[in-house]
Design a protein. Structure first.
Length: 295
């Protein structure tokens, strides 16, 4: 297939590209800078000048591609409303262009969906509408699964870890622990987070492109850890002690990340493994920390 991607030079996207090319697909990808375009060319990808604020480019590329994989996001934590607006506009441009074609549309989402139980692939994402997290784009894409689009939600674990270049939640927790001289966990540390190696996540995206049906969600989740286990692994890697942070102090200790790290976000990938034959085999979160990838 001829695949159009956003976020192809990013943390997860750069692990997806070699999986797609190994499967025989050709890839065109959005590039918002010369450096990004150069990196894409080195990876065997044809760059397309543009960004998420140019919906006409996104729509045109969707029209000429056999499939679209949308992984980019502004991730502006200082202005989440702008990130949500841009994400909504981009997904709206894609699904309108793909409506009635039967083409695959895979979009990045997450398992950070607090439902009071273990999240499974069968659970619907309650975040809907332009003002919802990520602009409610998973729900928007699922609407078009009944309009001739093979929409698939790629729900990534909060911690997508690996060697080099990670600027996500784990890297932020390591930075905070280094600055404070202690690795914090919330309360008794029993709240749960999930994790996946970026290379395993990249392999899953290629499997989802090949076989995930319209309207489905796939879970890129390799392991479930408590916040205490994460703090212990970070502390061991940095040589600092783990410490409990009272729930009413998480904002002071962790900053903007505190409210997220305090959440209990268990998720299962059992159905994903059964349906797509996905078997994560790469290093665990603790192994990547012990290997020095974050220190």
């Amino acid at each position: 297939m001829n695949v159009f991607m956003t976020g192809a030079s990013g943390w997860i996207g750069s692990a997806v590209v070699p999986e797609l090319r190994a499967a025989g697909h050709t890839v065109r990808a959005l590039a918002r800078s010369t450096a990004s375009a150069d990196a894409l060319r080195l990876a065997g990808v044809e760059p397309v000048d543009g960004d998420l604020d140019r919906p006409e480019v996104l729509a045109a590329e969707a029209g000429r591609a056999d499939a679209v994989i949308h992984l980019a996001n502004k991730h502006d934590w200082s202005n989440p409303a702008e990130s949500n607006r841009a994400e909504r506009a981009a997904v709206d441009a894609f699904v309108r262009a793909l409506e009635g074609t039967g083409k695959p549309f895979l979009l990045a989402s997450g398992t950070a969906i607090p439902i009071g139980d273990v999240l499974t692939e069968e659970d619907r994402n309650p975040a809907a509408g332009p003002d919802a997290p990520r602009g409610g784009t998973e729900a928007l894409a699922m609407e078009y699964a009944g309009r001739g689009v093979r929409s698939v939600a790629l729900r990534f674990a909060p911690n997508v870890h690996g060697a080099g270049g990670d600027h996500g939640f784990l890297a932020q927790l390591v930075r905070i622990a280094r600055e404070r001289g202690a690795s914090g966990y919330v309360g008794d540390g029993a709240n749960r987070w999930t994790a996946v190696n970026r290379l395993d996540a990249g392999a899953l995206v290629a499997l989802a492109l090949a076989g995930a049906p319209a309207g489905s969600a796939v879970h890129a989740v390799a392991e479930t850890l408590t916040s205490r286990q994460i703090a212990d692994a970070i502390g061991a890697a940095l040589g600092v002690p783990p410490v409990s942070v009272a729930p009413d102090q998480v904002g002071e200790h962790f900053g903007w990340l505190g409210a997220i790290f305090a959440m209990d976000l268990p998720a299962s990938a059992e159905l994903t493994r059964q349906r797509l034959g996905w078997v994560p085999t790469r290093a665990t979160l603790a192994e990547d920390l012990a290997a020095g990838h974050y220190t």
